[in-house]
Design a protein. Structure first.
Length: 374
């Protein structure tokens, strides 16, 4: 009898404990549902949903919109006076500028972009490769030769943009000043740097890959830092069988570099190539079949860069190469912003500066087509 009473009491205790656990689980589920509903609920007009970094919000609402420096965490670029060199934008805004810039700047999208914390960037490139040898398990190992290293120091300069907005626009809570500022800066930067990466002379700006010495010598005998070109066979035009010349251009690039290589040309040159057909009537140019996928030429992506020259006598109108290995862009990690409400009233200017450099890092990874007889 006693055992039956004890078993009954234990069963009731277990039921109570289990009920408390169920109540606790139901409470947790209700809290999770509430959090999900809050995340899915649309924000009120003028209010940005989600967690907002207080430093970022202060930078946008107080400095960009109103020009107040007090109470805002600002990183100065000048040691003498805080406003002289501008202030570093928050990381999120700088990333938005970088993402937009990569999407609309053609060479940046395929080159090797290195972010640095200082103004200068240097890279060592081996010119001869590592020398090796063979030996038996117990045989002596002779000393091998030392590879030759060349230092690459991309010329750089300060790229600036100066977009303007009226104070009325900045006072409007509906106006997304972050997106507008990032878009304006990226658009102006893209135009300037796109021209420099192709044709820049290296004086207070990047050195464009078309400004390097060109020769028709092969990789094994060509001087370091000079680019190889292949002649089209006619001055200012393709010779007969232009498809063969394009195939020769592709095959002039060594196999390791062909993985990840792409064509670079402007839209006028691409218009000529898009009309080329094989002997069976098929176009050698193929459009991208999926959204966001680039068009291909002989199986390689085609990048349109309007700063490439049109087809003319002795022009270098087509480039083919692995720009990830062949061209390096060195940039300082932060973009600085200086708010100027005085120069052009009633407009507020945002003077943005970013230090950018660029140079050919590996001359074997980029080949050019020269529209000449030889």
């Amino acid at each position: 009898m006693t055992d039956q009473v004890t078993d009954a009491l234990e069963a009731r205790c277990d039921a109570v404990v289990q009920g408390e656990r169920i109540d606790g689980l139901e409470g947790e589920i209700a809290a999770l549902k509430g959090a999900l509903l809050a995340a899915q609920r649309p924000a009120l007009d003028g209010v940005k949903g989600g967690a907002v970094d207080p430093a970022r919000a202060n930078f946008v609402d107080r400095y960009l919109r109103q020009g107040h420096e007090a109470g805002v965490e600002l990183k100065s670029f000048s040691g003498a006076t805080s406003a002289a060199g501008g202030f570093a934008v928050p990381r999120e805004i700088d990333q938005l500028i970088g993402a937009t810039l990569k999407a609309i700047s053609p060479i940046r999208g395929i080159a090797n972009v290195v972010r640095t914390g200082t103004a200068g960037y240097r890279k060592l490139v081996s010119a001869g490769g590592i020398v090796s040898g063979w030996a038996s398990e117990t045989g002596a190992r002779a000393e091998t030769g030392t590879p030759v290293f060349n230092e690459i120091a991309p010329p750089s300069g300060e790229l600036f943009a100066n977009p303007a907005a009226s104070q009325a626009m900045l006072d409007d809570a509906q106006f997304d000043v972050e997106a507008w500022l990032a878009s304006e800066i990226a658009r102006e930067f893209a135009v300037a740097e796109g021209a420099a990466f192709v044709n820049g002379n290296g004086t207070n700006k990047p050195k464009g890959f078309l400004t390097y010495t060109t020769t028709n010598e092969a990789d094994s005998v060509r001087a370091f830092g000079s680019l190889q070109y292949l002649a089209s066979g006619a001055a200012g035009a393709f010779a007969t069988n232009p498809q063969d010349k394009l195939v020769d251009l592709v095959q002039s690039l060594r196999a390791p570099y062909r993985q990840g290589a792409s064509f670079v040309m402007n839209s006028a040159t691409l218009a000529v190539i898009r009309k080329m057909k094989t002997t069976d009537g098929a176009f050698i140019w193929q459009p991208g079949l999926v959204g966001g996928q680039p068009a291909t030429l002989l199986g390689y992506p085609v990048v349109e860069a309007e700063d490439m020259p049109d087809i003319a006598a002795n022009s270098l109108s087509i480039a083919f190469g692995n720009f990830q290995a062949g061209y390096v862009i060195g940039e300082r990690s932060e973009t600085s912003i200086l708010r100027d409400p005085f120069s052009n009233k009633p407009f507020v200017h945002f003077y943005a500066v970013k230090r950018i450099g660029g140079a050919v890092a590996n001359s074997e990874a980029i080949k050019l087509m020269k529209f000449a007889a030889s």
